[in-house]
Design a protein around this ligand. Structure first.
Ligand code: GRF
Length: 218
C-alpha cells in the first residue's frame, strides 16, 4: 500500500513532530513524513527531522514582505515534495485564506485545548483561570478562522489541584503525542470523511469511559 506523503510545518521544539516521526517508523504505519518545513532556522524540530533522515526546508517568514508571498513559497516547496497532507505542529504563523482553501481537507492542526474552548494562545493559563475540570487537545482540519474546523480527535486530561500552566501543559502534551499520530493514522487509512463542519470516523469503536473530576470516592 502506498503511504500518504506528509509534510510537517513547525516553528519550535517539535515534540509533536517527534511523535509523528516515531509513529511513521512502524513499517505498517500508513503515512510517511516526506518533508519538515520550518519558518525558523533555529527550530529544534529540524534536528529531530535530520536525525530521522527526513528532508527539511527553512522558509523564513521575514524574507517575505507580505503573507501571501510567504504562503506561496511554502506551497511551492510542499508541492515540489509531492506532499498530500500537511500537518501543523507548533507552526506559529497564521496561514492566509488562499493557502488554507487550496489545502482544504488536506491540512490539519493540533491545538492544546478542547476546542471550541480556548482558541488562540495561552490556553493552559486560560483553562486554569476558567476553573474547568478537564482540558486537553484537539486535532482538527484547518479552516480560515484560527483554531476552527472539523474535529478529528480530542483527548481530555483532568485539571488537578496544584496545577500551574507548566504542569498542565506537560499533561496535555503527553495526550497530544498520542492524539496526533492516531489522527494521522485515521486519515491515512481513509477513515475520516468531512461532512459539513464535522469529521466523521468510519467504522465502529468502543465508547471511552466516562471521566469524572473530582472523582467519586477517595
Ligand atoms: C503544542 O502544544 C501544540 O499543541 C501547539 O504548539 C505546541 C507545539 O509543541 N500547537 P511542539 O513543538 O510539538 O513540542
Amino acid at each position: 500500500m502506498a503511504r500518504l506523503k506528509v509534510g510537517v510545518l513547525i516553528s519550535g521544539r517539535g515534540s509533536n513532530l517527534q511523535a509523528l516521526i516515531d509513529a511513521c517508523a512502524a513499517p505498517d504505519f500508513p503515512a510517511e513524513i516526506a518533508l519538515v518545513l520550518s519558518n525558523r532556522a533555529d527550530a529544534g524540530g529540524l534536528t529531530r527531522a535530520q536525525e530521522a533522515g527526513i528532508a527539511t526546508a527553512v522558509v523564513p517568514h521575514r524574507d517575505f514582505g507580505e503573507r501571501p508571498l510567504f504562503d506561496a513559497a511554502i506551497g511551492k516547496v510542499l508541492k515540489e515534495a509531492g506532499i498530500e497532507l500537511v500537518c501543523l505542529a507548533g507552526f506559529m504563523r497564521v496561514l492566509g485564506d488562499a493557502f488554507v482553501e487550496s489545502w482544504r481537507d488536506r491540512l490539519i492542526n493540533i491545538h492544546p485545548s478542547l476546542l471550541p474552548a480556548f482558541p488562540g494562545l495561552h490556553t493552559h493559563e486560560r483553562a486554569l483561570e476558567a476553573g474547568v475540570r478537564f482540558t486537553g487537545c484537539t486535532v482538527h482540519y484547518v479552516r480560515t478562522a484560527v483554531d476552527d474546523g472539523p474535529i478529528i480527535i480530542q483527548a481530555a486530561v483532568p485539571v488537578l489541584p496544584g496545577d500551574d500552566a507548566d504542569l498542565l501543559a506537560e499533561r496535555v502534551l503527553t495526550a497530544e503525542h498520542r492524539a496526533y499520530p492516531l489522527a494521522l493514522r485515521l486519515i491515512a487509512e481513509g477513515r475520516i470523511k468531512v461532512v459539513g463542519n464535522r469529521a466523521l470516523v468510519e467504522g465502529s469503536y468502543a465508547a471511552p469511559a466516562i471521566g469524572l473530576n473530582p472523582p467519586d470516592g477517595p
